[in-house]
Design a binder for this molecule. Structure first.
Ligand SMILES: *Cc1c(COP(=O)(O)O)cnc(C)c1O
Length: 515
């Protein structure tokens, strides 16, 4: 067997591990991220001919090319479950073209209406299968508790992905009063036997700090393992099992664009991605390595513009950067974890370079890459940042000119693409259905400034009711069922806990006792 194994970006692991272990471990020993030893290559013909296959089979084909250590039959079966009836469109991620060269890749047709479903419908199934395979082989003998701190979207997508997956439990913490009405109801109504949701007194930072402290509590981990045979794990976007499904949709989209006659076979396209943790855009970069004719990767930032500044200057600097709350909260990030993988690749896989830059980031809150790496970065990436006013203006403009509604994250990408694009057709990653962010969309189409109060007739409505009003006013009345029915769905989870690690640990024990 010549399985593709996984090495780590800091060169600190003793030995490479197979896919299954990379998935259940999440983070590599020593704090680095896993990357595959080798990246497969597809010919243009192989890519284009994928248009004839259902999406699930395209995904299986790409997983198999990465030579993961699960058998072909298992991969096919898991992919058929992942990309099936749980998506509300047969194409899974259909492409809507605004004009001949502007194509919106709609990544929000999954069960929670955010692009995270593309990966979080997939990862939990492969996580569960990986854990089972490792148990069979005698490598592990435990189950898992996935602990997630969320500012909104990730929590719901993770709950929906891990619910009722064998060998796993999932607990999600969100800031009490700090998420939208829609996001709150999406999480508090979650179904499934192995799920738990807590509101945490404090903000998102308190949630995250609490979760990190629990992950770092050795004696607690030992007691969970000793008494219950349960290991803590996280489902965050540094897991290779979340990145791989994202590579799939960029390869697949190119096949679809050619298949539908919108792009000539071999014609290069640019891809524009609204970027937070750098996972989605990194996946597009890997798709390019695989052989997809992608020219430039356009990185769109909101007012938290650390990535745009980095790509434009070569210096990553958060020493004096204020964290700004914007209408695109899933891009409100200062430390972009997946950038580490990109830099590892661009230095010709130098663990030494990564170790020194990550040490600088920790100690000085900034690092500067060398000229050669910067030149490489610039040959693949361009970047811009879009402020909230420009984001709202883009929502209004696209509605008025194309009768199409963008969510605020996608609007940031749309505007960045307008600013950065050259001759190539552009594929824009559309990362959420507008009805997840109805308040901002309402403000944008009514010309109300970001953050300004809504007029009384809108302010008194629930999130669902406001979405109905927007649908009526715009005539764009498709609202996914999971968002439309929230006011009628029973609330299951009402616990409010403190963010101190002891409180979270107590809540974990209580949850596991009930299981
Ligand atoms: C998570 C998220 C993003 C950012 O994606 P990254 O992979 O973290 O760069 C953008 N838009 C939406 C709606 C998201 O949920």
């Amino acid at each position: 067997m010549t399985q593709n194994r996984y090495i780590d970006t800091r060169g600190l692991c003793d030995a490479p591990v197979p896919f299954t272990e990379a998935v259940v471990n999440g983070l590599a020993e020593g704090g680095g991220l896993y990357v595959p030893e080798s990246v497969p290559h597809f010919t243009l013909d192989e890519i284009v001919s994928m248009a004839e296959l259902p999406y699930a089979q395209r995904a299986a084909r790409i997983y198999r090319a990465f030579d993961i250590d699960l058998d072909a039959e298992t991969i096919e079966e898991l992919m058929a479950q992942t990309y099936g009836e749980n998506f509300d469109d047969e194409d899974i991620c259909p492409i809507t073209s605004l004009d001949a060269s502007t194509h919106m890749l709609e990544l929000w047709h999954g069960p929670t209406s955010a692009f995270k479903d593309m990966a979080l419908q997939c990862l939990p199934r492969f996580f569960s299968a990986s854990a089972a395979a490792l148990k069979d082989a005698g490598t592990i003998d435990n189950d898992f508790l996935i602990l997630v701190a969320t500012s909104g979207d990730t929590g719901k997508a993770a709950l929906e992905g891990f619910k009722d997956q064998a060998g796993t439990n999932i607990a999600v913490m969100y800031p009490h009063g700090g998420v939208s009405d829609i996001q709150y109801k999406q999480m508090a109504t979650q179904s499934g036997d192995n799920v738990m949701v807590w509101a945490v007194r404090g903000n998102f930072d308190d949630c995250q700090t609490g979760a990190k402290a629990v992950f770092g509590d050795g004696p607690f981990a030992e007691s969970l393992m000793g008494e219950r045979k349960i290991a803590l794990s996280s489902a965050n976007s540094i897991n290779w099992g979340r990145l791989l499904p994202q590579i799939v949709y960029y390869v697949s989209s190119y096949a679809v664009l050619v298949g539908s006659g919108k792009v000539a076979a071999g014609q290069p396209i640019d891809v524009c991605v609204p970027t937070g943790n750098f996972g989605n855009i990194l996946a597009a970069w890997y798709a390019k390595q695989i052989g997809t004719p992608i020219d430039m990767l356009l990185c769109a930032s909101n007012e938290n513009r650390v990535l745009a500044d980095f790509i434009n200057t070569g210096t990553y600097d958060i020493s004096e950067r204020e964290f700004v709350l914007t209408p695109s909260p899933s891009m409100d990030i200062l430390v972009s974890s997946n950038l580490e993988r990109q830099l590892f690749e661009m230095t010709g896989r130098s663990g030494e370079a990564i170790r020194s830059w990550m040490a600088d980031l920790r100690d000085k809150r900034s690092f500067r890459i060398d000229e050669e790496t910067f030149a490489k970065l610039r040959s693949d990436f361009a970047a811009d940042s879009i402020d909230s006013a420009a984001c709202f203006a883009a929502i209004k403009e696209v509605f008025e000119h194309h009768n199409y509604l963008l969510d605020p994250h996608t609007a940031v990408a749309y505007q960045a693409a307008q600013n950065l694009r050259g001759e190539n057709p552009v594929l824009i990653a559309s990362t959420a259905h507008w009805a997840k962010f109805g308040e901002s969309v309402y403000r944008a189409i009514h010309g109300i400034a970001p953050g300004a109060a809504l007029p009384e007739e809108a302010a008194c409505l629930s999130g669902c009711e406001l979405n109905e009003l927007i649908a009526k006013e715009t005539g764009l009345d498709y609202i996914p069922a999971n968002l439309a029915n929230l006011d009628e769905t029973e609330i299951r989870f009402t616990d409010i806990i403190d963010s101190a690690p002891e409180s979270i640990e107590q809540a974990i024990v209580k949850f596991l006792d009930q299981r």
